[in-house]
Unconditional design. Structure first.
Lengths: 571, 163
């Protein structure tokens, strides 16, 4: 993991002091709410339904057990004892009073954490593949590049007030586990024919009202030039992105409107910076800097030694309990190193909102990380925790311990491993609640045999069109909408995040008018039944949905309408 | 580029830069012109008269290359303080076009913009009248350094690390 230098530490403390000054002026009435708002947002403080929400950056999802323990302490002392892991690999608290905000920032700074640029119209926290550095299909470890990008984008003076928020995702593997096509900038590290490392650069993906997949702007930017290339993209966006309409302000709208002219403008800007501007070559990344940063991401010594001599026996050999067998199948993943596995701690279980963890659970996860994974965890894009350095020989012991700590639900990739935003229970933006919908689906599909029969499926739930629950990319997507003050849910089928399982990234298709909240579990069941009766082995839900098409799914969903049928008959 | 002068806070009452009006005969020193006024009258101004020009944040500053040598002041605009276009304009004026005169921030200029203004090459600000000067000065002092290069320090942190 990256560990902070003195500079990093001073920097975060300076930011905390700056925020304290702003907060004090606000509380003293010298800085009005309208003017304080963008400042607190760029430090991660939203004002939500009940209290401010604090979003804490977990850079590219890497978290130490020490940091997680501090988060547990903050949850206990300042919140109501729990937090929520997000699709952008961050952590959110929902109940911290604003007047304690600066104290919490100081506690975060103690463990090298902060909320810088987790909100606001700036470059947000960089996300990446949760399996970075450990995946067998990885060509280039993205983490050193993510860290260099994190530093470069932190408090960049020119790009602090862009037309709209700006999200960058990076992967270096064959499989896209970071949904890069759905980001403002998606970066895919790869090697060219000469073995040199560079980035394929996609620009202009995004969800929201107008779901669009990113356009390839360059197939190979040498890694040394990536900061300059991104500077060029951001400058073109800062100058020409729309500011007259918040719904048309994302870079995706500019890219779509300008097409090839956008690509040419970026290329021209890139060349001009490098060949003309004073200081324009200062941000070419030197080998020494890459070496310095990459040294933080070396394989831990204990892991290396074990990999050299481990006997990588199949953990499922012999007479093992079915529950353990299932856990091995769903929650344990291949590793690039001999004698090791990556293990997902499921945050999707009955009685808790998807992605939520209590303070006690955070402490327990930290303990598991210390005992089994070199004190390191990852926050995954689908709102679970991952232990990256588990010895194959420790799997049985980890399973026992994870079970006791409620992390061993063997459902990773299955229907109940759904993505959901906090929704209308917490979020001030939401049109409808997500958590009760997620809970009702959890309850309906509590039979593991059935879940296994359904197999791999992405169910994504968003409480509003801002799409924090990524409904567009779900094989089944559920979107909360407000109609005449009541909560309704639009359902889509066939979306993809761009993974091998899901196919080329694409938004799902709406299967008709919205449904009432109580109809949603029936609709999901009808969609699942349609899949099960139409599938041709070895099809997964998404394969059948693509082959059969929307009408069959729509008809099945319409057959279970009650409230909506009634409302429409009356209209 | 490493030792730009400290940020200057403009006192509107003491400011020599004035837009043309019926009361004053053109040409005069320290005239603050709109871009259109400049373009219409550029040949009427004696070389000795300092000229300032107000440039809207929608202007592509790269078209101003031939005008800049004649200007002593460029006033960039923040119609809303959260509209960040003038940051890019200032940066390009300095780093791309080599403009060495005064770049002034005008419009809705607030205390907490000061660090950004300074780092993007502005050297004077006309703050909104209700803003507190002490808080603005304080806002410039929180950070000892930054990761990326800027118009104060063109080298990023990684180029400044010894070794």
């Amino acid at each position: 993991m990256y560990s902070y230098t003195d500079f990093d530490r001073h920097f975060v403390k300076a930011r905390a002091a700056q925020f304290r000054d702003q907060l004090q002026r606000h509380l003293a009435g010298q800085l009005g709410e309208e003017e304080f708002r963008p400042l607190r947002l760029q430090n991660g403080w939203y004002v939500q339904r009940h209290a401010p929400m604090l979003r804490i950056a977990v850079p590219y999802g890497e978290l130490s057990s020490r940091q997680l323990r501090q988060l547990a302490l903050i949850a206990r002392r300042f919140d109501r004892g729990y937090g929520h892991f997000t699709t952008r690999q961050n952590l959110q608290f929902n109940w911290i009073p604003l007047h304690q905000a600066a104290d919490v920032m100081d506690l975060l700074a103690e463990v090298d954490m902060h909320g810088i640029q987790t909100s606001g119209n700036c470059v947000r926290n960089i996300t990446s593949d949760a399996w970075a550095g450990i995946a067998p299909d990885e060509a280039v470890d993205p983490r050193p590049y993510c860290e260099i990008l994190r530093q470069w984008s932190t408090l960049h003076p020119e790009f602090a007030f862009l037309p709209r928020k700006f999200k960058i995702a990076v992967t270096g593997a064959a499989e896209d586990r970071a949904a890069i096509g759905w980001h403002d900038i998606g970066l895919h590290l790869h090697k060219n024919g000469a073995g040199e490392v560079g980035f394929k650069v996609l620009v202009g993906g995004g969800m929201g009202r107008t779901p669009i997949i990113g356009t390839v702007v360059s197939s190979f930017v040498p890694w040394q030039e990536i900061l300059v290339f991104i500077e060029a993209i951001l400058r073109v966006y800062n100058r020409y992105g729309r500011r007259d309409n918040i719904y048309k302000a994302r870079i995706k709208i500019l890219v779509k409107a300008e097409g090839e002219r956008f690509v040419e403008a970026v290329q021209r800007e890139f060349r001009t910076i490098l060949h003309n501007d004073a200081g324009g070559r200062e941000h070419l990344i030197p080998q020494a800097e890459w070496d310095r940063v990459a040294s933080h991401f070396e394989i831990p010594a204990g892991v290396r030694a074990h990999a050299a001599q481990a006997n990588d026996a199949d953990p499922a050999q012999g007479d093992v309990p079915l529950a353990y067998q299932r856990w091995l199948e769903r929650n344990v993943h291949a590793h690039r190193l001999n004698g090791h596995r990556a293990v997902t701690l499921s945050l999707k279980r009955a009685g808790q909102a998807p992605g939520d963890a209590t303070a006690d659970q955070m402490d327990l996860a930290a303990r598991l990380a210390e005992r089994f994974s070199q004190g390191e965890l990852r926050v995954t894009h689908d709102q679970n925790l991952l232990l990256p350095w588990v010895r194959t020989s420790d799997l049985r012991a980890l399973w026992e311990a994870a079970r006791q700590a409620s992390f061993a639900t063997p459902n990773i990739g299955l229907l109940t491993d759904m993505i959901a935003c906090p929704g209308g229970d917490f979020c001030g933006l939401a049109n409808a609640r997500s958590i009760p919908i997620a809970a009702a689906i959890q309850e309906r599909f509590d039979d593991l045999d059935l879940l296994y029969d359904i197999g791999d499926i992405d169910l994504h739930i968003s409480g509003c069109i801002n799409s924090c629950g990524h409904h567009h990319s779900g094989h089944i997507g559920v979107l909360g909408v407000d109609k005449d003050g009541a909560e309704w849910y639009q359902v889509t089928v066939g979306g993809s995040d761009g993974s091998a399982l899901s196919g080329t990234a694409v938004p799902g298709k709406v299967i008709g008018p919205s449904f009432a909240a109580e109809e949603v579990p029936d609709v999901i069941e009808a969609l699942i039944d349609t899949y099960r009766s139409n599938r041709v082995a070895p099809e997964r839900f998404i394969d059948t949905a693509r082959r059969v098409g929307v009408p069959a799914f729509r008809a099945a969903a319409d057959a279970v309408r009650r409230a909506t049928a009634h409302a429409e008959a009356a209209a | 580029m490493n030792t730009r002068a400290a940020m200057r806070f403009v006192d509107a009452a003491q400011d020599p830069w004035q837009p043309p009006s019926d009361a004053v005969a053109v040409p005069f020193a320290h005239a603050l012109l709109s871009l259109d006024q400049w373009r219409a009258t550029r040949n009427e101004w004696p070389a000795s008269a300092p000229i300032g020009v107000v440039v809207a944040n929608t202007v592509d500053v790269e078209v101003l290359t031939d005008d800049l040598p004649r200007w002593s002041l460029v006033a960039l605009q923040f119609p809303k303080w959260t509209d960040g276009r003038a940051y890019s304009q200032a940066r390009l004026l300095r780093a791309r076009l080599g403009y060495a005169g005064e770049i002034r921030a005008t419009g809705e200029v607030l205390v907490d913009m000061l660090p950004l203004l300074q780092r993007n090459g502005f050297d004077s600000v006309l703050m909104r009248p209700d803003q507190d000067l002490d808080a603005a000065r304080r806002a410039l002092r929180f950070f000892a350094g930054h990761y990326q290069g800027d118009l104060i320090q063109s080298r990023p942190l990684f180029a400044r690390i010894e070794g």
